[in-house]
Design a protein around this ligand. Sequence first.
Ligand SMILES: [Zn+2]
Length: 414
Amino acid sequence: MSDNDNSKDSSNIIDHRKIGKKLKFFIFSDRVGMGLPLWLPRGTIFRKNLEEFLNDIQKKSGYEMIVTPHIGHKKLYVQSGHWNKYGKDSFKPIQTPHKKEEFLLKPMNCPHHCEIYRSQEWSYRDLPKRFAEFGTVYRYEQTGELHGLTRVRCFTQDDAHIFCTFDQLLEEFKKVINLVFYVFRHLGFLDHTVRVSLRDPKKNNNFYIGSEKNWKKSEEVILRAVQEEKINASINYGEAAFYGPKLDFLVKDSLGRNWQLGTVQIDYNLPERFDLYYRGKNNEKHRPVMIHRAPFGSLERLIAILIEHTKGNLPFWLAPTQVVILPITDRNIMYAKKILNLMLSYNIRVFIDSRSEKINKKIRDSEDYKIPYMVILGEKEEKNEMISLRRHGVGDIGIFTISNGIKTIFKEKN
Ligand SMILES: [Zn+2]
């Protein structure tokens, strides 16, 4: 994973570690281990909302979800080349009790996905195959390098691998670009830049794996996709991965900092190493091309960026609690339950703060948790079957009939 470019100016005031702890999203425990985040219920909802959002768009875009184990045979990573590349930065292999076999905590999901592709024979008519997984990977980072959720030892990639024919490559690549932009728009990252990473023409060709012909083809595809989608991209020679060229997406957050999020890479190498093929029209074997892509990059890192970008004021669709109902006295609890059940039936994430605290204290606490809406219920509201609404960061927005109040809240749902 690449780093952010902002390590020097990461502000102490807006720090996802502090906000994340205060809003009860995640914690770290030395007993569990450094760099291994523990997701609290509120953070888990935040995370799952992101997963659901991406799952939804992926389903509509023809991706199929898969699940693979957290470990894999060491031989698998020797074959993929990852052992060679990541071996020294990985946790030591896990041995079976009789030391006959060695397993690794997976540093990448790609080899597992290749095996899923290999598990059956495909014809050109079946392609492209798009396998997606929220796959957790493990990297050994030095203790001094660990930093909140942006540098961890265990993180979850919104990973997918697309296996297609060369003729489909351009179209697939363009689809991925559009999916990444769609994701950014929904996350509120409106200012983004794109970086094309190609080979270094001066570098010895032995550095790069794969034939000259395939490299040329894939570099052409990336440049053409960028041109046809009218993307203003910078070209960086020498920044390609050793197995193929790539496209990186950088976003600018509300503090003006640049972060690298998504990445899309073309790979001819793994299909070769895993002997992947499909049957062409002539029934002969052909190599598919593989696209690696992850619009978020990693969930942990994205969440850190989103927390700092929004200062913890998450958009309504991501907020773990969207509405809190605040009865002014215990006499209003039954009415509060009625409103609660109604909102639950609309799939709103809502709860009642039924503590016997003063209403001002309850409002302050809800503001501290940055809950988008507060529903305040007293004698007046109950008698007239109304609800008073308060928007976080805005203040009171008025008294509404129940249905108009819910409509007002719903306006923010999407
Ligand atoms: Zn991959």
